[in-house]
Design a protein around this ligand. Structure first.
Ligand code: M6R
Length: 609
């Protein structure tokens, strides 16, 4: 949610900052801007809309800049507009500041500053912070930032520069990620490693209440609450820069859908012990006994990660006696939970930065239960704040619509189920059968991807509808929820998902010839009931698109259109049934000319509550 990139070194800064912004655009894209040190002054430019608009504004500008800060915005306070775009400046155009996060007490601070004659040009909370730094500035930017931040409530990742102190950028974080990247004679900073990996893999993750001072080729980190210099460990990022590029695909979302056979394999790599019919999750080693002995698991997550959690619940419950709750992270904190010993909380988050999930992690920690994390982004806040956890190793996911992170999260939850199942009632041979089936999944996903042309034809037929109902039972219900989410977020068509058994309790009233249903009905133990539900829809002239196993003649007969998936054990169907729904959403959005990787109003990493 908003992206930050900064550079200080010997190379021309503007192209480097623009490259960083392009790589961060998925984090927010309603306006952008930059400020650079140039000939003893600071030059700045901002534009409404995509990064392309800023590129156009910069054409013909030949600033001899070797350092600066840049930002791509996802609006919170103040509509998307040029004057609300970052960087914001103080009254004398000396201090320039970019900010991710939200300043909660900005109105009180603004009132005080207005009374002192500060002139405001935007509706943003960020501009308030800029003037607050100005208010404290007595010739030392670091000191002014420190004093300003002491008065601020909320979340921030900021980068500040000052005309009187060239070649210096001050960073600070609380609740919004910032990473420093170092390379010979150059220093970078960004809100996201994706913006750094093409330049350097040596990074330092700032922690909450860190303040860092960058000068070309050097950085110093202090604590906002005291002056001590901190030694933060330099980490080497294991991302391949190519993974964060489209590699010839038209969109990141399509590339990431096609990444799935590999990303599912990566989730399993080195984690299956075939002889013993079990799983090994190195990240859980420090809490192994607590995990194996738990009797209650609470999964907290949001959006797609929440739907992965719902699948995890069914699978863990089918392999163990452990009671599993799945909570929306944004609601978890409001519950009056009695968390007894034996309970573990698991936070699932692709980005590891989702504010609601992070708040749930902190609430659970306050209640004294062990909190584990499952995240994709290494070094992210949730990875660092949880006791132990498992990485997805799905590689960077850039498309705002989650695809490969979903199947990867599901894969890790199956590994957890296997590990726990073997502790509970699963025999060695059952564990081995589980592993055999699991290992066949990536190839089966690849077979579904070969049907992309057929799915595209289906999408052409269904693109004209404005409303969709997605239904499934048992493990296909969370898949229906995820399919509906994919469609609505990238095509802006109304789609809602129900457990198929709930249809008769209300939603069936919607059905007519203009309201199609996507019915997920693989050959599983509830297939007969799904067939009845489909008959009920057909009886009301509702068009039906079925997702069924290959060679299912009955489904072929009753559905208007069919997408087939290979047969597999009932437990593993979500891996296969979700992929056609991802492609369906993708092709409908593409046929309708929608912005696929950067859908309106959304951003990849949701760092506000
Ligand atoms: O990074 P997280 O997994 O914590 O993100 C949670 C949701 O914002 C996310 O899953 C969102 O629903 C998807 N990007 C939608 O496709």
């Amino acid at each position: 949610m908003c992206g930050i990139i900064c550079y200080l070194g010997q190379r021309p800064a503007v192209p480097l900052l623009m490259d960083g912004l392009r790589r961060l655009e998925y984090r927010g894209y309603d306006s952008s801007g930059l400020a650079v040190f140039s000939n003893g002054s600071i030059e700045s430019e901002r534009a409404l809309g995509k990064i392309k608009a800023l590129e156009e504004r910069l054409q013909g500008k030949r600033w001899p800049a070797r350092g600066g800060i840049a930002h791509t915005r996802w609006a919170t306070h103040g509509e998307p507009s040029e004057r609300n775009a970052h960087p914001h400046r103080d009254c004398t155009s000396s201090i320039f500041l970019i900010h991710n996060g939200i300043i909660e007490n900005y109105q009180q601070i603004k009132n005080r500053l207005v009374a002192k004659d500060h002139q405001f040009a935007s509706e943003t909370d960020t501009e308030v912070l800029t003037h607050l730094v100005e208010d404290h500035y007595r010739g030392d930017l670091v000191e002014a930032v420190e004093q300003a931040l002491r008065q601020v409530r909320g979340a921030f990742g900021i980068a500040v520069m000052c005309r009187q102190e060239p070649d210096k950028i001050v960073l600070a974080r609380r609740g919004s990620p910032l990473i420093i990247g170092v390379r010979n004679g150059e220093v970078f900073a960004a809100s996201d490693v994706a913006a750094l990996v093409s330049h350097t893999k040596n990074v330092i993750y700032l922690e909450d209440n860190d303040i860092a001072v960058l000068t070309p080729s050097q950085y110093d980190i202090f604590n906002l609450d005291g002056a001590d210099t901190l030694n933060r460990i330099e980490t080497v990022v294991d991302w391949d820069v190519r993974e964060a590029e489209k590699q010839g695909y038209e969109h990141f979302m399509l590339k990431e859908i096609y990444d799935q056979p590999a990303s599912i394999k990566n989730a399993l790599r080195g984690r299956l012990i075939e002889d013993e019919g079990t799983a090994k999750l190195g990240g859980l080693a420090p809490v192994k006994d607590q995990v194996l002995d738990m009797d209650r698991l609470i999964i907290v997550s949001c959006g797609t990660s929440y739907y992965a959690g719902l699948i995890g619940r069914s699978v863990i419950e089918s392999c163990t006696e452990i009671g599993v709750d799945v909570d929306l992270a944004s609601e978890f904190r409001y519950r009056r939970l009695n968390l007894k010993s034996g309970t573990i909380v698991l936070a699932i988050s692709q980005s590891g930065e989702t504010a609601d999930t992070l708040a749930a992690v902190r609430e659970a920690e306050r209640k004294g239960v062990p909190v584990l994390g499952m995240v994709n982004v290494v070094g992210s806040s949730i990875a660092r704040e949880t006791l132990a956890g498992v990485y997805n190793h799905a590689g960077p996911e850039i498309g705002v619509a989650s695809t490969k992170s979903f199947t990867s999260q599901v894969a890790v939850l199956y590994l957890v189920s296997l590990l726990l199942g073997r502790r509970h009632r699963m025999s060695v041979s059952e564990g081995q059968a589980f592993i055999r089936e699991f290992k066949s999944i990536p190839e089966k996903v690849a077979l579904i991807l070969e049907q992309a042309d057929h799915i595209r034809q289906v999408a052409r037929k269904y693109r004209r509808f404005k409303n969709f109902l997605f239904v499934g039972r048992q493990l296909s219900y969370p898949v229906a929820l995820e399919g509906a989410l994919k469609l609505k977020e990238i095509s802006y068509l109304h789609a809602e998902a129900y457990a198929a058994g709930e249809m008769k309790h209300g939603p069936i009233a919607l059905i007519d010839e203009n309201f199609p249903s996507v019915c997920i009905a693989p050959r599983d133990s509830s297939r007969e009931k799904m067939i009845s539900n489909i008959q009920e829809i057909k009886a009301r002239r509702g068009p039906v698109l079925g997702i069924a196993n290959q060679g299912d003649a009955q489904m072929a007969h009753i559905c208007d259109d069919l997408i087939e998936v290979p047969a597999c054990d009932e437990l593993f169907t979500p891996f296969l049934t979700v992929v056609p729904l991802q492609l369906l959403a993708y092709y409908i959005a593409r046929e309708n000319g929608c912005e696929i990787d950067q859908p309106r109003n959304l951003a990849k990493s949701v760092t506000v509550e």
